[in-house]
Design a protein around this ligand. Structure first.
Ligand code: GLC
Ligand code: CA
Length: 551
């Protein structure tokens, strides 16, 4: 059971992200679902995580993997029922796992009743006021109201046909055209989301990961911004973008925090905002959210100086507001880190890879990913893991193009493949051709399951002492037991250039990113090592992290 009196659990928690479509299919339709998750929660508990975060499972036409919500207070029939959700929470709590769900407040699905009502209503009506409807520019309103770009390519505006059949107003969508942005200046929107928060809090959830929370408020007058934004947002030519990080977002977070604080136990808000550390830290001031993903860290290449600088600036920014730093290397939007680090040089995080593109060096990527994970898990703060990274899963880079589902593939006119390669079904065992994910054939799961995923299965790795799964388990066990949690990070002198070295209490951590091999002190006792060879050689070679003590 979870300890409701523990009000600091989230400061050091390891939270495991589950992408429901791809975790476990209980009813043989090729799509993962809530009962499938419930049956597999013991895997997450035995890994040593403290909580799960579930990506959306709400009723949705699934135009953006459920980040297009048609009904915020129900379960999509393809994932199960509200009773299945309750059973999932009960089982998770029994296993001492907290449950964080996704809140998607920036936009609805175009299928949402409120948007359908807005389409049927007049320009200027209260119904339209819940979204951003504007008249177009040009003599006949034939041009979009401004030059904003959709995150998924193309204009951020779509023109509607009015009920009398004439071309009409335009509505704003920072993402796909099936994802109209809510107008957070409308009181009705605020009230409705408060009802949604309470709905899930009453059902026992322990928190919310808040999708694109930095976009809720747009600058008044929607001023021009012709630049597409990808990754961590930076000012351009001295101007900050008018759709991200506006001051008005903080008032909303404070309202939500007050609601969460009125509930028993310690329920949390975690911000998804692709902002630099000093801007992200403003979201985790004491009366706002608890956590905010450190995407500046996720964006770093395998480069010792860049990683160390990001650690320093992130800890400084968060310490200044008394918040923990929330580390993450992979999620459902970016190329898996076991593949990302298999390239030398920059990688477009969200663009995906096709068979004709340069392929990652898989063994090198995995070796670095193991080292990167051990480094991350030694840092002070909380960490998020993405399902499958504990198996060292590579990105699937040979998905057939016709199987792709990411809306960016169509919107970019087949130029950007998108994020499907990190969302492929999870390999459990060898019981079926889809590696125990589903009873349907590997070719019939919602994204086809590649045959080479079999070698990564959880069942196979659970039996191997040196597998990536065993490494995650032992690392999380040490993380829990060592005096890590109570101790701040202290930098140790770098043994060589190209290395990162610090201590947490009595635990020393060395990551050799690109330096000469570093000898372990003769009195060192190894706690965990990303490369088992270290135990024999007593040398920390390139692309290796070791945790050790000298007492
Ligand atoms: C977030 C989600 C991503 C989604 C987007 C629009 O970035 O993580 O998957 O496509 O928001 O909701
Ligand atoms: Ca299913």
């Amino acid at each position: 059971m979870i300890d409701l009196t523990d009000d600091t659990w989230w400061r050091t928690a390891v939270i495991y992200q589950i992408y429901p479509r791809s975790f476990a299919d209980s009813n043989g339709d090729g799509i993962g679902d809530l009962p499938g998750i419930t049956r597999r929660l013991d895997h997450v508990a035995s890994l040593g995580a403290d909580a799960i975060w579930l990506s959306p499972f709400y009723p949705s036409p699934q135009r953006d993997g459920g980040y297009d919500v048609a009904d915020y207070r129900n379960v999509d029939p393809q994932f199960g029922t509200l009773e299945d959700f309750d059973a999932l929470v009960a089982r998770a709590h029994e296993l001492a796992l907290r449950v964080v769900v996704d809140l998607v407040p920036n936009h609805a699905s175009a299928d949402h009743v409120a948007f359908q009502a807005a389409l049927a209503a007049e320009p200027g009506s209260a119904e339209r006021g819940l979204f951003h409807f504007c008249d177009g520019l040009g003599e006949f309103g034939e041009l979009p109201p401004n030059d904003w770009q959709s995150m998924f390519e193309g204009s951020a505006w779509t023109r509607v046909t009015e009920i009398d059949g004439t071309p009409g107003q335009w509505y704003l969508h920072l993402f796909d055209e099936t994802q109209p942005d809510w107008n957070w200046d409308a009181p009705g929107v605020r009230v409705d989301f408060e009802t949604t928060l309470r709905f899930w809090l009453d059902r026992g959830v322990d928190g919310f990961r808040v999708d694109v929370c930095d976009a809720l408020i747009k600058a008044p007058g929607l001023p021009s911004w012709p630049y597409p934004t990808h990754g961590v947002v930076q000012p351009i030519e001295g101007r900050t973008p008018p759709m991200w990080d506006q001051e008005g977002i903080h008032e909303i977070f404070r309202d939500w925090r007050a609601i969460l604080d009125s509930y028993e136990g310690s329920r949390i808000l975690c911000a998804e905002a692709w902002l630099p550390p000093e801007r992200t830290a403003r979201i985790v001031r004491p009366d706002e959210m608890h956590q905010a993903f450190n995407f500046a860290y996720l964006e770093q290449l395998w480069d010792a100086d860049a990683i160390a600088e990001t650690i320093v600036s992130s800890l400084a920014a968060n310490d200044a507001v008394g918040a923990p730093t929330t580390w993450v290397l992979s999620n459902h939007d970016v190329m898996r880190h076991a593949s990302r680090f298999g390239y030398d040089g920059p990688v477009a995080l969200e663009h995906g890879v096709g068979v004709d593109d340069p392929q990652p060096d898989r063994p090198l990527g995995l070796r670095r990913a193991r080292a990167a994970t051990l480094l991350m898990l030694a840092l002070p703060g909380s960490a998020y893991l993405y399902q499958g990274e504990e198996l060292g899963l590579p990105e699937v880079t040979d998905l057939p193009d016709e199987a792709r589902q990411d809306p960016v593939w169509a919107r970019s006119h087949q130029q950007i493949r998108g994020r499907d390669g990190c969302r492929v079904p999870f390999p459990w065992d060898d019981s079926t051709s889809s590696n125990g994910f589903s009873s349907v054939a590997a070719t019939d799961t919602w994204l086809p399951t590649p045959s080479y995923y079999a070698e990564f299965s959880a069942a196979a790795q659970g039996l191997q002492l040196e597998s990536t799964l065993s490494l995650y388990r032992s690392t999380l066990a040490v993380r829990r037991s060592a005096d890590l949690q109570g101790s701040a990070l202290e930098w140790d002198s770098m043994p060589n250039s190209g290395t990162i070295a610090f201590s947490r209490g009595d635990t020393h951590v060395v990551t050799n990113v690109a330096g000469e091999p570093v000898p372990l002190p003769s009195d060192a006792t190894i706690l965990v090592a990303s490369d088992p060879e270290v135990r024999a050689t007593r040398l920390i070679a390139r692309d290796t992290t070791v945790w050790f003590t000298t007492i």
